[in-house]
Design a protein around this ligand. Structure first.
Ligand code: NA7
Length: 547
């Protein structure tokens, strides 16, 4: 291994930089992978589309963007000094603070010297003779590496709705995931927001504070539950810092890497009074308590799910004054928790204000965007600003935006046309030496993501070390291993109620033409996933062919 890049004359006439590893993306996964591989003595180059580190937290600068994970469960766990030095100021950190944290990490670890910013990789092609990947950026820069590691994020390819006239609006229009760096002033303005997922809920709460008039366009209401955010006082700060080992141990043992773990009891085995009291408590508890700290069967048993769904609907009705508006805000076509549960702070009370309207797009669909606003089947709404909180081409979208070609010119996009096929969500047949951090069918997709990022990165780092120590230059899973994992992914999700709802977990938001409706995460849980990965490594990377 050589920590300096080499010039390779072999590819074309111009010399091309050659590294041991190329990482795509400088978000939390790419940053940590760079650090770990460099520690091994590898030469590593990161290519990042954005102008700075942070990925999700670099792009999603919309007002109100913040964690839904407890801040102290979200930061990197590997640097004890940093854990002690860094002060999260709120239980659920706002985006500007999180971005500052990630910039600090990049400074401390001197990451930026190995990252090329504003460099979007457009193609990645595997050279079978040399067993190397060649990447090309938008500006034509080429580079080679033995290992290609994607850290592209699961929600990083924003989608705009496919609505006629979308480019004709003459006012300001923003997608939440491509928010400008300068603040947008909503004061006194007429604002329309399309989308009421986790992002829409956060941005609506914030815009309502200053807008002159806010109109929310909702296609599917979600079961939003209270975030319970508050500042972290000095005493709590001390307690958090003294208990990081316990915090991370708890996350490590929990299904989704969160501080919340489900209650072993069944919804149906307890009395109605006990159930109601438990749900009242969970509804008051911060973060994902209601979703992930609930009875163990709410996502498996329809009867249990119906009960908890009705409990949350009842809460919505209690909080929204106008019964018609409350009805529109109550989900009916899916069960609680079968889609990502948005976390809110006085979200429902927004609709009690005179300057806020809710438009139900199932009753009155949008017909077109006009020069001055949004035309539904019932009315034309005029706006100064339209905000699109319409989500992402989830999980596979960021891969599809790169022309990735493996053995025999196989395109990754074609391989995954009927849904992803991977082994462990980390690698697919036909794509030697290409490893996908937080890839489709990886437990990290349904996880308090940094916790699972650390597991993914450490596993890949161990693999890189193993390959070097044993003189291997090529790794690829067997078809049998890929088949078995893909089948296992579907078996796990089919035991749950998640496939009954359209959600980004299912790749189903209607904005991506021809996207197959299929499950994109892995629902076996982070601890079982980690154990499986460790077992496979201990058996000399069982299910992979190393050459
Ligand atoms: P989501 O959860 O995919 O939500 C997108 C929202 O936008 C959702 O309410 C959609 O309605 C709505 N949407 C999307 N396309 C349209 C069109 N064409 N017309 C009307 N409404 C539309 O994305 P988020 O950014 O909120 O959250 C993504 C994740 O980021 C979240 O889960 C957290 O993990 C962080 P639909 O429900 O599809 O009917």
């Amino acid at each position: 291994m050589n920590s300096e890049p080499q010039k390779s004359p072999a590819h074309g006439s111009a010399s091309v930089d050659r590294y041991d590893a190329i990482i795509i993306g400088a978000g939390m996964a790419g940053m940590y992978q760079l650090f770990r591989l460099r520690e091994l003595g590898l030469s590593v180059r990161v290519f990042e589309t954005g102008g700075g580190v942070g990925g999700t937290w670099f792009w999603n600068r919309y007002p109100g963007a913040r964690f839904d994970s407890e801040s102290y469960s979200y930061g990197y766990s590997f640097d004890e000094k940093l854990l002690q030095e860094w002060n999260w100021t709120e239980h659920f950190s706002p985006q500007p603070e999180t971005l500052r944290y990630l910039e600090l990490v990049a400074d401390r670890l001197e990451l930026c010297k190995d990252i090329e910013f504003n460099s979007r990789i457009t193609t990645a092609v595997f050279d079978e003779n040399e067993s190397v990947w060649e990447v090309t950026t938008e500006s034509g820069r080429r580079a080679l590496a033995r290992l290609l590691i994607s850290a592209v994020g699961i929600l990083s390819a924003p989608t705009w709705p496919r609505i006629d006239g979308i480019n004709s609006f003459k006012g300001e229009a923003y997608h939440t995931a491509r928010w400008p760096h300068d603040p947008v002033d909503f004061t006194g303005k007429r604002v329309g927001v399309i989308g009421t997922g986790a992002t829409g809920v956060q941005v609506i709460q914030e815009i309502a504070k200053t807008a002159g008039h806010l109109t929310v366009f909702q296609r599917t209401p979600d079961y939003c539950t209270p975030l319970g955010n508050r500042p972290i006082d000095d005493e709590t700060q001390r307690r958090i810092k003294a208990s990081y080992p316990e915090i991370f141990a708890k996350c490590r043992g929990s299904f989704g890497g969160f501080l919340h773990e489900s209650d072993a009891r069944s919804t149906l085995e307890v009395s109605e009074e006990e159930r109601e009291a438990f749900w009242e408590k969970l509804y008051r508890d911060p973060g994902f308590a209601m979703w992930l700290g609930n009875f163990s069967d709410i996502l498996f048993n329809k009867e249990a799910n119906d009960l908890v769904s009705e409990f949350v609907r009842k809460k919505i009705r209690e909080r929204v004054r106008d019964p018609e508006t409350a009805k529109k805000l109550c989900p009916q076509n899916h069960g609680f928790g079968t889609r990502r549960v948005p976390q809110e702070t006085a979200y429902y009370e927004v609709y009690n204000q005179d300057h806020v309207d809710l438009v139900d797009l199932r009753e009155t669909p949008i017909e077109r965007i006009t020069a001055t606003g949004i035309q539904t089947s019932r009315a034309e709404h005029e706006f100064d600003i339209i905000v699109y909180a319409t989500g992402f081409d989830a999980v596979t979208g960021a891969f599809d935006r790169i022309d990735i070609r493996g053995r025999g010119g196989l395109k990754l996009k074609d391989k995954w046309a009927d849904g992803p096929r991977t082994y462990l969500g980390l690698q697919g047949v036909g794509f030697p030496n290409f490893l996908t951090l937080v890839g489709p069918h990886n437990a990290a997709v349904f996880c308090n993501i940094p916790r699972c990022i650390e597991q993914n990165v450490e596993w890949v780092t161990d693999l890189a070390r193993y390959m070097h120590e044993n003189g291997y230059t090529r790794i690829e899973p067997t078809l049998a291993a890929e088949d078995a994992w893909t089948q296992h992914v579907y078996e796990m999700v089919n035991m749950t109620l998640l496939p009954t709802a359209d959600s980004w977990f299912m790749g189903a938001n209607g904005n991506v033409p021809n996207k197959k409706r299929t499950f994109l995460a892995y629902l076996g849980g982070a601890p079982a996933y980690r154990a499986r990965c460790d077992e496979i490594a201990a058996k000399g990377y069982e299910g992979f062919v190393l050459e």
